[in-house]
Design a protein around this ligand. Structure first.
Ligand code: GRF
Length: 203
């Protein structure tokens, strides 16, 4: 059984897609144990409660330092014996200490075809740059910003007249498809990291 902890700061549509896929049996061997948010008002907390997944709020202002806050997040995950950490719109950069606490066991979803448009507002970056194709990426998290080994990508055309919102909506649909797929493969033990490459064992 892979015990999964999800970190989210916002509305939680990716978390919703993950738990919905799990509930319908598409992520065998998984258990979504806890959702941790740094934002007390995050929609993701309501999504968790709606599915009966434990929801934990850890606002940074309750802690004396960035490190103390992150230590509390690590402790919350360790206390629940979490095997896999899924970032789903978690708006904080993880320190090397956090990454070392869950080596090869942290996934993230990014709304662009990495390594293009890392960081914030990836959809806006793509529209402004004028690319014809963007998309979504699920990757392992390393110490950089959106730089870890790529697991799955989906391409999405950028159409004339697209805005950050219209492109973002089309990309989000693909995010909700590929994130559960990546978590499913992780839980099946089918992902092997080899340098920058992720080898996927056939089912
Ligand atoms: C998504 O666009 C995801 O790719 C990015 O943050 C956003 C989170 O959206 N990392 P949601 O909270 O899952 O709806």
């Amino acid at each position: 059984m892979t015990r999964i902890g999800t970190l989210a700061s916002g509305r939680g549509s990716n978390f919703n897609a993950l738990v919905a896929a799990w509930k319908r049996g598409s992520i065998p061997g998984a258990e979504f144990v806890v959702l941790v948010s740094d934002q007390p008002g995050a929609g993701a907390l309501d999504v968790a409660r709606g599915f009966g997944v434990e929801a934990v709020t850890l606002p940074p202002r309750d802690f004396p330092s960035r490190e103390a806050h992150e230590d509390a997040v690590i402790a919350a995950l360790r206390d629940r014996k979490i095997d896999l950490v899924c970032l789903a719109g978690y708006m904080r950069i993880l320190s090397p200490k956090f990454i070392a606490a869950f080596p090869g066991r942290i996934l993230n979803i990014h709304p662009a075809l990495l390594p293009s448009f890392p960081g914030l507002h990836a959809q806006k970056q793509a529209v402004e740059y004028g690319v014809k194709v963007s998309g979504a990426t699920v990757h392992f998290v390393d110490a950089g910003c959106d730089t870890g080994p790529v697991i799955v990508q989906a391409a999405v055309p950028v159409l004339d007249g697209d805005t950050e919102e219209t492109l973002g909506t089309r990309i989000l649909k693909e995010e909700h498809r590929i994130y559960p797929e990546a978590v499913r493969m992780f839980c099946q033990g089918r992902l092997k990291i080899s340098g920058r490459h992720v080898r996927i064992t056939p089912e």
